[in-house]
Design a protein around this ligand. Sequence first.
Ligand SMILES: *Cc1c(COP(=O)(O)O)cnc(C)c1O
Length: 384
Amino acid sequence: MKKRIIDLSKPSVGDLEFAALKRPLRSGWLTQGSEVESFENEFASSQKVSHAIAVSSATTGLHLALLAIGVKPGDEVLVPSFTWISTANAVLYCGAIPVLVDCDPTTFNLLLEDMLNKVTDKTSAIVVVHLFGLCVDVEALKRALPRPIPIVEDAACAVGAVMKDRSAGSMGDIGVFSFHPRKTLTTGEGGMITTNSDKYSDAVRVLRNHGASPLESSSSDNSHVVQMPKFDHLGFNYRLTDIQAAIGRVQLEKLPMFLAERHELATIYSRRLSNFTNIVVPKIEGDFTHSLQSYVILVNGESTNRDSLSNFLGVNGISTRPGTHAVHTLGYYQSNFGYSDQDLPGALKCATKSLAIPLHNCMSEKDVEYVCHFIELWISKNFS
Ligand SMILES: *Cc1c(COP(=O)(O)O)cnc(C)c1O
């Protein structure tokens, strides 16, 4: 078979994005302005939420979402361990304590039972992560809670993910999306906060812009006098630029196509790889519409198997990497919070046995067939 080079992930950007950049560049308005406002309105209507607020990344969005909910120093916030580190870091930015929850290697998402066991009087928020684009059943979580607790959805991977008729980012109190180039829709760096709450929307708008509250204008003012805004809160500069938003608006138009293409490619993977006992493929059909930000398999047996497969694919031009890490195994969390690897065995298993294989919108069906061929070859060499 002729050798191919297949990237794990690659953003799909082209002439339309290039043309859109001319608007802010010609107008000279480069930071948050009319492009951001249009992007927010278009995103809100596409995700069927009342408010969308653009921010500089999902990480800064998570920080603001937790602050808007009222998370304060000393509070506890429940966070699944198998996620990108910044889900937990955002809790630390608020001075609160991330309480890490175990995860289910069959979904890569939080284990509800373990989460419920860790609710205390100090729990002021829960962050659910719709990892790789598979939604957590937020309704079931709400019903199981001993008391109402605000829920933030880390929907960084989940643009386009749906559970029954609810979009990711519309099921909890606040949702947060990422537009990093590894995600399905990209602006280079960037993020979006979604909410149906006017109160949370107002709060994050103030906090992302240095804490500046809009002035109530008075009609008796001399209209040529520009007043300074009020600054009643400690805010940040977490704004998106109009340059990024112009790209984002084009990407949002392409989103249905991106999702359909990913689904088609993933279906080929699932058809060819689901018959091997050594490999577990993600569930992409049913009540949970997987948005397929990544296609992550679980390689059974010893964790050396995962690394052996990864190496074999790498030799053949195919790039892969672990799904993500388990935050409780990372140095900062072990030395500051006393975690050890075995504390959360499900998350540890996810971290040591998961493998993201190539899936993106610059790939062809032939590329997917090529990857499948080498996975099958590896299985036949090692397990027959
Ligand atoms: C990518 C990702 C983030 C961070 O997103 P940024 O926009 O890079 O800050 C957070 N959480 C999860 C689950 C992610 O996949």
